[in-house]
Design a protein around this ligand. Structure first.
Ligand code: NAD
Length: 296
C-alpha cells in the first residue's frame, strides 16, 4: 500500500486514479473541478480540498494535467506540491508537456530535494480506464525503480527512456511519426480509390507489402478494412485533431531548439492546424481523409 496524491482527474486522470485506488493504495485526489473529485471518491480515492492537502504525507505524487504551465503551477506555484510535500517524495508527471519544461521541472524539483520523473503516456481514455497505458519515462534510475510499481498498475508497458525529459522526447518523436504516417496513409488510400482501386483490395495488398504501418492496420483512415477504426463512425475520436496538433507543435518546437530538420513534421502540423482552424478540432486525426476527398 502506497500513499499517493493524484492531481488532475480529467479524461485520462480519472481512470488512472481509479486504478491506483482499486489496487489498494491510499489515494488522495485533487482537481479544480469538484465534480471530478466526487467521481474519484466514488472510485475509491479520498477527495482533497487543495493540492497541499492531497500531497501531505504522500510518498508519491502523480499528476495528469493539460499542459506545461499547469504542471509548473501545480508543482512550484503558491501552495503547490513542492511547498507541501515531505522531503524525498517521488513526483511522477504523466502529462504531455514540452521537453524543456520537463527538464526544467526536474532540475527545480531536484534543487528542492525531490525526484521528478516525466512519464507521458501513449493510449487514450480506454487504455487509461483499463490500466493498459504505455509509459515513456525520463529521469534517474533510482526514481524509475520507485516509479515502476506505481506505473505498472496504470499501464501494460513501462519504458525507461533515459534521463530527465527523455520520456517527453519519446512521446513527441513517436507522435510526429504517427501524424506523418497517417497523412501518408490517407493520401495513398485516396489515390488508389481515385484511380479505380477499392479500399479493401488496396488494404489487402499494401498491408502485407512495404506500405504497411500502424495507421493502416490498426486505424485505417478508409472506412471498411479495420472495423474498429474511427473512419467507420464518421471519424469520431479516437485521437482528436486538437491532440495531434498539440503533440506536433511540441515536436516542432523541440526540433527547432535542437536544430533537427523536420520538414514533413512541419507540413503535418500545418495540415492539422488548418483542420483545427476550420472547426474540426474534435474530429479524429484520421479525418484528414475527409479533407482529401473534399468533404470538409
Ligand atoms: P483533461 O483536460 O480532460 O484533464 C486535465 C484535468 O486537469 C482537468 O480535470 C482539469 O480540471 C485539471 N486541472 C487543470 N489545472 C489544474 C490545477 N491547477 N490543479 C488541479 N487540477 C487541474 O485532459 P486529459 O485528456 O486527461 O489529458 C491530460 C494529459 O494527458 C494532457 O497533457 C494530454 O496531452 C495527455 N494525453 C491525453 C490523451 C487523451 O487521449 N486524452 C492521450 C495521451 C496523452
Amino acid at each position: 500500500m502506497t500513499k499517493i496524491a493524484f492531481i488532475g482527474l480529467g479524461n485520462m486522470g480519472s481512470g488512472m486514479c481509479a486504478n491506483l485506488a482499486k489496487a489498494g493504495n491510499e489515494v488522495r485526489a485533487f482537481d479544480l473541478s469538484a465534480d471530478a473529485i466526487r467521481k474519484a471518491e466514488e472510485a475509491g480515492a479520498k477527495g482533497a480540498p487543495s493540492v497541499g492537502a492531497a500531497v501531505e504525507g504522500a510518498e508519491v505524487v502523480v499528476t495528469m494535467l493539460p499542459a506545461g504551465k499547469h504542471v509548473h503551477q501545480v508543482y512550484f506555484g503558491e501552495d503547490g506540491v513542492t511547498s507541501n510535500a515531505a522531503p524525498g517524495t517521488l513526483f511522477i508527471d504523466c502529462s504531455t508537456i514540452a521537453v524543456e519544461e520537463a527538464r526544467e521541472a526536474a532540475s527545480k524539483a531536484s534543487e528542492a530535494g525531490f525526484t521528478y520523473m516525466d512519464a507521458p503516456v501513449s493510449g487514450g481514455t480506454a487504455a487509461a480506464d483499463a490500466g493498459a497505458l504505455t509509459f515513456m519515462v525520463g529521469g534517474p534510475d533510482d526514481g524509475f525503480a520507485r516509479a515502476k510499481p506505481v506505473l505498472d498498475i496504470m499501464g501494460k508497458n513501462v519504458f525507461h527512456a533515459g534521463a530527465a525529459g527523455n520520456g517527453q522526447v519519446a512521446k513527441i518523436a513517436n507522435n510526429m511519426l504517427l501524424g506523418i504516417s497517417m497523412i501518408g496513409t490517407c493520401e495513398a488510400f485516396n489515390l488508389a480509390e481515385k484511380l479505380g482501386l477499392d479500399a479493401q483490395t488496396f488494404y489487402d495488398i499494401s498491408s502485407t507489402a512495404s506500405g504497411q504501418c500502424w495507421s493502416m492496420t490498426s486505424y485505417c483512415p478508409a472506412p471498411g478494412p479495420v472495423p474498429t477504426a474511427p473512419s467507420n463512425r464518421d471519424y469520431q475520436p479516437g485521437f482528436a485533431v486538437a491532440m495531434m496538433l498539440k503533440d506536433l507543435r511540441l515536436a516542432l518546437g523541440a526540433a527547432e531548439g535542437a536544430g533537427a530538420e523536420t520538414p514533413l513534421g512541419g507540413h503535418a502540423r500545418d495540415i492539422y492546424a488548418k483542420l483545427d482552424e476550420d472547426g474540426h478540432a474534435g474530429l479524429d486525426f484520421s479525418g484528414v481523409m475527409k479533407r482529401l476527398k473534399g468533404e470538409i
